[in-house]
Design a protein around this ligand. Structure first.
Ligand code: ATP
Ligand code: MG
Length: 324
């Protein structure tokens, strides 16, 4: 976790330890937020998060998603271009209903985009209506609710994906034990989900997602139901796990502070239909200590992103909450 026990915030402020958002050295022009966005609140121009050819591990190219039912059509996402590098940590934020889950489900191959393309390691995820399941094997998914099987032990829940892949029992046990250790559940292997706290259940869900060594971890508000302290702890754990497994992570959250704390880049979606409104780089090394959240460089970014969200809300209210 990188906690050294003796570290104190004041002692580090003078130096330049890693994990610090040490913006604006004296005299230098402030480059606190390396972002791409317009300052006009009425401007709905789209920001492209496309990366140069060959740099992205996961890519969305000109993606849009239109949901059609008998009664209504909802354009959930449009003009989405985003490349995510290997081992990058990207967080997705935006108002409720702006298309975050839809984007994650598209990345996970659970739904097909209406237009555009998803590429994983330069391979298209869809060939017509057929999904490339080999590409999907590199993905691990964690949702807001842990979705554990109540009658299975921690160990069996963690190793369920391996059982489905016909891995033998001894190997499943070994892997479940190893992962239990990684997420801090040693000693609870035989416990049932009801005997665990919410944070522990979420850790089982993360361990389960890691059981088959996914290179890409997709997480939809995984800590949304947890109290603030447990959430902080889980954020530290997640950084450690992401580093230990060298996973690329895309995480959806409603918490701007969490998004900034965890991310290499924060992608903010505008409301209805979801478009990329801004991409904010967070140039501090991982793992970051919680003290980083008290620093001006960190807080500036949080305030700036909150401001963008408020502008978006106001814009939506001016347009009567009606999508364009
Ligand atoms: N299966 C579906 N069928 C029809 N409409 C859908 C479907 N899934 C999502 N939508 C619509 O798409 C839009 C985006 O939904 P989505 O769940 O992606 O939002 P979100 O950003 O994850 O919101 P929240 O923060 O509340 O979880 C919403 O208007 C929603 O009603
Ligand atoms: Mg959602």
């Amino acid at each position: 976790m990188g906690r050294d026990g003796t570290s104190d915030v004041h002692g580090r402020a003078g130096g330049a330890p890693s994990g610090v958002l040490d913006d604006a050295p004296t005299g230098a022009p402030s480059e606190t937020v390396a972002r791409t966005r317009s300052t006009d609140p009425e401007d709905r121009s789209v920001v492209s998060g496309a990366l140069p050819e060959g740099e992205a591990e996961i890519e969305l190219r000109d993606v849009s998603k239109l949901f059609k039912s008998r009664y209504r059509e909802t354009l959930a996402l449009t003009d989405i271009n985003l490349g995510i590098r290997k081992q990058e940590f990207v967080t997705l934020v935006g108002q409720s209903g702006c298309g975050k889950t839809t984007m994650l489900r598209i990345l996970a191959g659970l739904i097909k985009p209406t237009t555009g393309e998803v590429r994983i390691k330069e391979q298209p995820l869809w060939h017509g209506n057929t999904r490339d399941d080999a590409a999907l094997r590199q993905l691990g998914l964690v949702f807001q609710d842990a979705h554990l099987f109540p009658w299975y032990s921690v160990e069996d829940n963690i190793s369920l994906p391996l059982a489905l892949r016909k891995v033998d029992k001894k190997e499943r046990r070994r892997r479940a034990h190893e992962l239990g250790e990684l997420v801090g559940l040693t000693g609870f292997e035989r416990a049932l989900p009801r005997e665990l706290s919410g944070g522990m259940r979420q850790r089982v869900a993360i361990a389960r997602a890691l059981s088959y060594d996914p290179e890409i971890l997709l997480m939809d508000e995984p800590f949304g139901a947890l109290d603030a302290m447990t959430r902080d702890k889980m954020n530290m754990e997640l950084q450690r796990i992401a580093q230990a497994t060298q996973a690329t992570v895309v995480l959806v959250t409603h918490s701007i502070a969490e998004a900034v704390f965890l991310a290499d880049r924060v992608v903010l979606l505008s409301a209805r239909p979801g478009r990329i409104r801004s991409i904010t780089e967070i140039p501090a090394d991982h793992p970051r200590e919680l003290e980083v959240t008290a620093q001006p460089g960190f807080q500036d970014r949080v305030i700036d992103l909150r401001h963008q969200l408020t502008e978006d809300e106001e814009r939506l209210a001016r347009h009567g909450g009606v999508s364009e």
